[in-house]
Ligand binder design. Sequence first.
Ligand SMILES: Nc1ncnc2c1ncn2[C@@H]1O[C@H](COP(=O)(O)OP(=O)(O)OP(=O)(O)O)[C@@H](O)[C@H]1O
Length: 564
Amino acid sequence: MCNSDKEFRIDAKVNDPTLNQMINEDVYMAGESPKSSFSLIKDIRSKDWKLSSEVFLNFPLDPISENYVRRNVKNAIFSRVKPTKLQGQIFLAGISPSALDLIDLDPSVILDTKFQEFASGSWIHPSSFPLAHRYGGYQFGWWAEQLGDGRAHLLGHYVNRNGSWWELQLKGSGKTPYSRDGDGRAVVRSSVREFLAAEYMDALGFRTSRCASIVVGDELALRDQFYNGNLEMEKTAVVLRLSPTWFRFGSLEILSKKNELENLRFLVDHIIAKHFKSISTEHPDRYLSFLSTVVEDTAEMIAQWQSIGFAHGVMNTDNMSILSLTIDYGPFGFMDAYNPSFVPNSSDDDGMYSYKNQPKIGFSNIRKLSEALQPLLMPYQMGQIKNILAGYDHHFQLAYLKQFSKKLGLKSLSLQDGIIVNRLLEMMADNKADFTMTFWELGNITLGDLENKKVPKGFWALKKIVKDKRFPEFIQLYKTKLQEDGITENSRQSLMTANNPRYVLRNWIAQQTIEEVERGNYSALEEVLGILRNPFIFQKAAEGKGFANSPPVWSTSLKVSCSS
Ligand SMILES: Nc1ncnc2c1ncn2[C@@H]1O[C@H](COP(=O)(O)OP(=O)(O)OP(=O)(O)O)[C@@H](O)[C@H]1O
């Protein structure tokens, strides 16, 4: 289920003649075969590996080039600003070979220390023109005005051997005009979490941005973390992130709010031309088609989150990718015991972004996006927005049932069949059954044993629900559906094993890995990444570490907040 083959394929050729002209000549068209004997690049200084920023340099740019002090930027989509070198020594703590592969880099590229300099922002590749993006957003329901890349730098885009377009971005790489009161840095704690979570989500086959590497520095930053009752400085890190694009809902919102309508049209047209290939850039209804696609894709992304017990933690519109990929892994959480009211972010006092609220927050964010697009619409098109938005719920339901039908080893689930999922989840919630392990165990027990409530030794999650008085009803509904679908016991189990991971990035696993990385034990990070990249496969190393066991008691006191 690893996904280098699932990446977004994007034509290098675009409909806009100006963009087309600017794109590198040696880019392949999607579908065209790569150079016949292509081998991955081992040297980041090789002439075969180059980024391009030409497309973005042709965007409306902030004219000021002194860019390390907070200020309000007007009439621009990007500011030119270079990363700030981390002070002291730097260490390449981890790479994701599968993410590096997306940008044609062989893992051996790390043998040259130039790579870690590149990936930390201390060496700017000659082909890169770093930029910070101006965006805004609604945070916890309120318009927050200018946000922007306050600690991130877009290095440029890379078109890989398959013609796929990847935008490379550093996070934690220093101040920009968008830093507000921040220091431009990201601590090891949040960087390790982002690195592991993004790569895990990809291994599940879910919509996500990627992380190619993490460089840890000696430089320290102060957050609100207490160790033994004392407020302590934390080590910082820079993550090299990849996404087909880093534009967010907030990228359009700020232009719309500030009445920069030419820029708004320019950006939406660029996004459609580059990333929504099925929409004609000439069509008068293109903005509606765009909205409609984002509605569908966002519903799908959130259904994927729900199916894995993932709560994002900060579903502000600046954290909603325009491609509906999971971005900004901050105070997220993969829940242990199933709890619909799960709130991973201790800064979210009202539980606004709880697990159960995610689908409806997704809708209100989409509605905000539609408001941002309104100035681009003709009066006769306005009425259609309502219909497009109304489709969200339907798309979400379908995507949700699709995910859970796979989790239950079924061919499909209709709306009426939703009762099977609901019964199971109700029992799980009331009995505090572990989300990940209940599904895994259900897929690794025979239906006969389930009916007889004969739970194998070592199964620790399922036994919490077999005693529930609703269990026989659930089994009956489930059995009937399996029979209706003509699913054999073997195919049920194999479908379930392929769709229910045995390992999940639990908070305690992340915490333990963070502490190892802070101590300089980077092999621990490699090992955990290796496990999470193959979450469906039984792994000795993971078992030895207790990754599939009931979470340790100490993990219940772990807190994750917005501070990062
Ligand atoms: N330490 C910091 N220094 C400067 N700006 C920061 C810092 N932390 C957060 N910000 C900025 O505050 C805003 C909200 O922060 P948030 O945590 O949602 O984003 P982020 O994690 O920095 O970035 P991204 O959404 O790209 O992952 C963003 O605009 C971000 O750039």
